[in-house]
Ligand binder design. Structure first.
Ligand code: NAP
Length: 366
């Protein structure tokens, strides 16, 4: 950052610092902070770097040292006021002697929820809330969703050809997208808590579903199968020791997984309707595990069900300059679909980026 500073650009800088924690801090929020001395010079910055580690304010105030006295702390989320995995940040803020704290948004976490701001105000610190609030909410949308609904943020991903197919008529899908797009997908896998596929994808592709190279977290590999008819031998089963394999199946079909269980997989039985598992029950179980971000990678049946259930939050679509044709070749989203164009699912905040020879379309659910 270069002077002169204004509050919004400083808060945006703090938000950019916060984003460095993506994949490392969940289920905690991403938080960034900067400190100005009494003359308005930037004298410290920091971000929450890993789950259970010191919070952003602590790093920023430590970097500022004595220069923080009578200065300003600019932080993307309300400082905490409770003993969690670390002592309350409000103690560190008061000890540092800053006279003003600028916060993007209050923390709805029940043990904070305005308490941090109150402690600071009661101690005579000038507190301003709401600078770049919309950007701060957006950055931590997965954290906020988990907090408010006990369900993780759901990313949908698929790769398709120019003619809108995710596999050939023989179910061959390796590879639709190019190397750069696959690298991006592995990066995504490395920062989410779960990678989810339907039984059809396990049967057709025999995927491993790991992030290669590994990212900041190891995602659980999740299969959704009401029937429980998974192949006896497949890469997922053979690699159970590399990271949790979690299977959701219909009540009554758990017995089919004795071998998988013996190998170390976890099997959860859920209610099913018409041989389809309740996706809300799947998401509720993932939320109970405090999974913040989950990535649904297909296939068409499962992606369709997520869309029919309006259970998607974010989209990652790779379009490759290839054409495979074929009446029976699958398109990315099956399920029930909508009747009228007016009811089509529209993405918000769409971006279109080249990804090698492919196009990467990213957007949010409206
Ligand atoms: N290009 C890509 O990005 C990409 C990615 C992944 C897959 N694919 C391709 O997609 C194809 C597989 O897709 P698919 O549609 O056949 O299978 P799928 O979506 O992978 O799996 C569908 C299966 O999931 C189970 N399921 C359980 N509850 C469900 C629910 N609520 N909604 C939907 N499914 C539920 C059912 O299995 P049970 O019958 O056991 O209940 C269902 O048959 C393969 O050809 C694969 O190569 C492409």
């Amino acid at each position: 950052m270069t002077p002169p500073y204004d509050l919004e650009s400083l808060m945006r800088h703090a938000l950019a610092l916060a984003a460095r924690g993506r994949g490392f801090v969940e289920p905690n929020p991403m938080v960034g902070a900067v400190v100005l001395d009494s003359a308005g010079n930037l004298v410290g910055e920091g971000w929450h770097q890993r789950f259970g580690g010191p919070h952003a304010e602590v790093f920023a105030l430590q970097a500022a040292g004595e220069k923080a006295r009578d200065g300003t702390l600019i932080v993307t989320l309300e400082p905490c006021c409770h003993h969690g995995k670390t002592p309350p940040c409000t103690d560190a803020v008061l000890k540092a002697g800053v006279s003003r704290v600028v916060v993007a948004m209050a923390d709805p976490f029940p043990r904070v929820a305005g308490g941090g701001l109150k402690i600071l105000r009661d101690a005579g610190v000038e507190v301003q809330v709401g600078v770049c609030a919309a950007e701060a909410h957006k950055l931590n949308a997965p954290y906020l969703k988990l907090l408010h609904t006990d369900r993780p943020w759901v990313h949908l991903k698929w790769a398709m050809t120019l003619d809108g197919k995710i596999a050939t008529r023989t179910s061959d899908s390796k590879w639709i997208s190019g190397e750069e797009s696959r690298r991006r997908v592995h990066e995504l896998r490395g920062r989410v808590d779960a990678v989810i596929v339907g039984r059809g994808t396990v049967v057709a592709d025999d995927p491993l579903l790991t992030a290669r190279p590994a990212g900041p977290r190891v995602a659980a590999r999740v299969v959704v199968t009401a029937s429980g008819d998974l192949p006896e031998r497949c890469q997922l089963r053979e690699s159970v020791r590399e990271g949790l394999v979690l299977i959701y199946t219909a009540m009554g079909n758990e017995g089919k997984f004795a071998g998988w269980r013996a190998d170390g997989a976890e099997v959860v039985a859920l209610p099913a309707n018409d041989n389809r598992l309740s996706l809300d029950a799947v998401l509720a179980d993932l939320g109970k595990r405090r999974f913040t971000n989950v990535l649904v990678e297909g296939g068409a049946g499962l992606l369709g069900s997520f869309l029919d259930a309006k259970a998607a939050d974010e989209f990652h679509v790779f379009i490759a300059p290839k054409i495979v044709g074929g009446d029976s070749a699958l398109s990315p989203v099956a399920g029930r679909g909508v009747k009228l164009m007016a009811d089509a699912f529209e993405l918000a905040e769409c971006t279109f980026e080249p990804s090698g020879r492919d196009v990467y379309v990213h957007g949010l659910a409206k």
